[in-house]
Design a protein around this ligand. Structure first.
Ligand SMILES: Cc1ncc(COP(=O)(O)O)c(C=O)c1O
Length: 289
């Protein structure tokens, strides 16, 4: 496996494509695939640990929900499950990122979708365990909570690519978005939680954020409240943390905003530390919650 300059690892050598396990080097998707030409697809990222994928059933359910939302044919979840198992077994690793991608398939060179059927790819790459805390930035761009793709996990992620590269310029690993009405929404690939007066809050789904699986489990396991929060809550929250499949619960120790930097010394603070502990214990006890 090749290690790339950004510290991430190259994908594993065997992937699932067109109904079977294949050598990644020889596996090809058409240049006319609508995933490539139009970003017409949905995906899932799962944490893979020693041959198992965390919360597989929830991820498959969300894949189907996203596909339905985009008007793609219903995915064959039995095949997706078989593909995940085959790819995990073919590429043993301690800690990885398992990715399911499901696109509109062969299509004309336009926004019209073709009728040859979708493409399903499952691939796995090694991942590094994240540090307990990280830095984030705020960005001037907004999530559209009224957009056709709001709440769907689609492959149209170029806005996230741009915001994340801006974050890296500031030595941060995530960018946090407001929505069109100035409410706190989510990160490029994570949900956000804040502590106010000792209580844990996260934006409601009406903010336009993705219904993160780590978010849902964190709410369930900590009793966090879903609250409409203004974006500038980031200037005064006692603690801030992120959740995602590969971050689990991760504290924020620095927020780089337009007006300067806010440090959160001592992160993870007590509420975050407790959420991290609870998440670690419960997820270890229930690998498919
Ligand atoms: C935009 C966005 N929000 C939130 C999340 C977190 O979701 P999950 O906890 O299911 O990984 C992701 C995951 O990649 C994401 O892409």
């Amino acid at each position: 496996m090749n290690t790339q300059s950004n510290g991430a690892s190259a994908p594993a050598s065997r992937i699932w494509l067109d109904g079977a396990l294949r050598e990644a080097d020889g596996a090809r998707v058409s240049v006319f695939d609508h995933g490539l030409t139009a970003g017409d697809g949905v995906f899932e990222t799962l944490k893979a640990t020693n041959g198992g994928a965390f919360a597989l059933d929830r991820h498959l359910r969300r894949l189907a929900t996203s596909a339905r939302g985009l008007g793609l044919p219903e995915p064959d979840l039995d095949e997706a499950r078989e593909a995940c198992a085959a790819v995990l077994a073919a590429n043993p690793m301690e800690h990885g990122r398992l990715r399911i991608t499901y696109t509109g398939g062969l299509s004309p060179l336009s926004s019209d979708r073709g009728d040859t059927g979708p493409t399903l790819v499952v691939a796995l790459g090694a991942a590094k365990r994240r540090p307990d805390s990280t830095a984030v930035i705020t960005v001037p761009w907004v999530r559209n909570e009224r957009g056709a793709l709001a709440g769907l996990k689609t492959t149209s992620y170029a806005e996230n690519v741009l915001a994340l590269s801006r974050a890296h310029e500031h030595d941060a690993t995530e960018a946090l978005f407001a929505n069109t009405v100035g409410a706190l929404c989510e990160g490029t690939g994570s949900n956000v939680f804040v502590v106010l007066d000792g209580e844990l809050h996260t934006p409601t789904l009406a903010s336009g954020c993705l219904a993160g699986i780590t978010r849902a489990l964190t709410i369930e396991w900590t009793g966090a409240k879903e609250t409409e929060l203004p974006y500038d809550v980031l200037d005064r929250a006692e603690e801030v943390f992120l959740t995602s499949s590969l971050r689990d619960v991760q504290a924020v120790h620095r927020i780089h905003g337009e007006a300067g930097e806010r440090l959160l010394p001592g992160a993870p603070g007590p509420v975050t530390a407790k959420a991290m502990r609870v998440f670690e214990e419960r997820s270890a006890a229930e690998p498919n919650p």
